[in-house]
Design a protein around this ligand. Structure first.
Ligand code: T4K
Length: 384
């Protein structure tokens, strides 16, 4: 391992500490720490405006928001979803007693392939749970068309899609619900946090009840709710971070653009293209290691780590290969050839606002040099 400090795949954006102190003083003063207090309400309003959505309900994290989103729409039976995601996507189904049905992904977008959804629909199917993986918009038009045709609900796991715009409007306006994560590793975070975006007041009301034990008022419990509320410190932090987000995003965009420019020419490295008509948010920088690159994905991962660059294999292992899912008929690798292949090729490079130009130079150099060294070694072996 290199003696230099490690470079992680991400680092949380933190606004100047002194700008947060007055908010903490206000919380200390009024002693309202949670239960949808003033900062929670202000943050909800500010986010709704920032994102350009009708309604939003804040949550303690993205996973509990997914679990509640499924409860809010009373989803049961079978739900079609992607195996290429963070494990929380499928876990939210199991927590609701719902059977996940895995459908393969599109090799270009790495999102649920709409062409494969219809054959997976059975009389028990009630919904589709796609993921806008790495912030790339799903094929929302075709998913919407299939959902209408078969009378299915659509809940987007939009944990990576904060701020993504698609054809001139928020991507979060698609589907019945969209679920966000504000985890520390996300482009916009509240330490831990999450939200559900919904189009109508009635659904927002039900979600608000569900996230607060089902309380409609002090003595009336209208549903078997859970405790999913975002606390006041996190809400205040979110409110403050929103003001700084444009600067952080400009830096991410520059890092993304430089990776694209300088990695594009390396044989065997494939990049995920930004979709036409989409305003991207650069949450991750995945590269796919193909057979023309002389090192395997795992060998490159180890090489990077040996130099203190902590790259990550998001999303390996594939959810469908995990012990609690692999016996499902839809989890068979034969049913999911693209997802299985991508999970073995993908490597996420560091991207975060404070990544320096010098560190990015080092990362790009390592990917390039590991490729060159591997090629020279291969050629040498071939000549001997
Ligand atoms: N759906 C999708 C599609 C998701 O990607 C996620 C979360 C969810 C649902 C669920 O949302 P939440 O319930 O989490 O709100 C991380 C995150 O824990 C997880 O939130 C995220 N997806 C997933 C993609 O990544 P790990 O296990 O990779 O995190 P960890 O702790 O290894 O962190 C990665 C790197 O980030 C570290 O090497 C250093 C840096 N880091 C991390 C933390 C937590 C920091 O610098 N500071 C920190 O506080 O899962």
């Amino acid at each position: 391992m290199s003696q230099e400090r490690p470079i992680y795949v991400t680092r949380p954006y933190l606004p100047p500490l002194e700008s947060f102190v007055p908010m903490l003083e206000e919380i200390w003063e009024n002693q309202i720490l949670t239960n949808c207090g003033p900062f929670h309400q202000k943050f909800e309003t500010a986010l709704r405006e920032h994102l350009g959505v009708e309604h939003i309900a804040l949550f303690a994290n993205g996973t509990i928001a997914l679990v509640v989103a499924l409860q809010a729409l009373r989803i049961t039976g079978e739900v079609i979803t992607t195996p290429f995601s963070f494990v929380a996507t499928a876990h939210s189904l199991l927590w609701n007693g719902i059977k996940p049905v895995f459908v393969d992904i599109d090799p270009e977008t790495l999102n649920l392939d709409p062409e494969r959804i219809e054959v997976a629909i059975t009389p028990h199917t009630t919904a589709i749970l796609p993921v806008h993986c790495y912030g790339t918009p799903c094929d929302v038009a075709n998913i919407g068309r299939i959902a209408d045709l078969y009378n299915l609900r659509v809940i987007y796991d939009a944990a990576h899609a904060f701020g993504v715009r698609h054809q001139g409007q928020s991507l979060l306006r698609h589907g019945d619900l969209s679920v966000l994560s504000f985890h520390a590793t996300k482009i916009f975070h509240t330490f831990e946090g999450g939200a559900i975006v919904c189009p109508d007041e009635k659904t927002k009301q039900r979600i608000d009840h569900l996230k607060n034990f089902g309380f409609a008022d002090e003595v009336t419990v209208v549903a078997p709710g859970i405790n999913g509320k975002l606390n006041e410190v996190s809400s205040a932090f979110g409110l403050l971070s929103l003001e700084h987000l444009h600067l952080a995003q400009a830096r991410r965009q520059a890092i993304d653009a430089r990776y694209r420019r300088e990695l594009a020419e390396i044989p065997g490295i494939r990049l995920i293209s930004i979709r036409a008509g989409a305003e991207h948010n650069h949450p991750h920088f995945p590269i796919l290691i193909g057979p023309e690159y002389p090192l395997s994905r795992d060998a490159l991962n180890l090489e990077m780590r040996a130099h203190g660059i902590i790259t990550r294999r998001y999303f390996y292992p594939l959810i469908s290969n995990m012990p609690m899912y692999r016996n499902l008929p839809s989890a068979s690798p034969a049913n999911l050839p693209v997802a299985n292949e991508i999970a073995l090729k993908v490597l996420c490079l560091p991207i975060y606002p404070e990544l320096s130009d010098a560190d990015q130079t080092r990362i790009i150099g390592l990917v390039r040099d590991a490729g060159r060294a591997g090629r020279a070694e291969k050629n040498g072996t071939a000549q001997n």
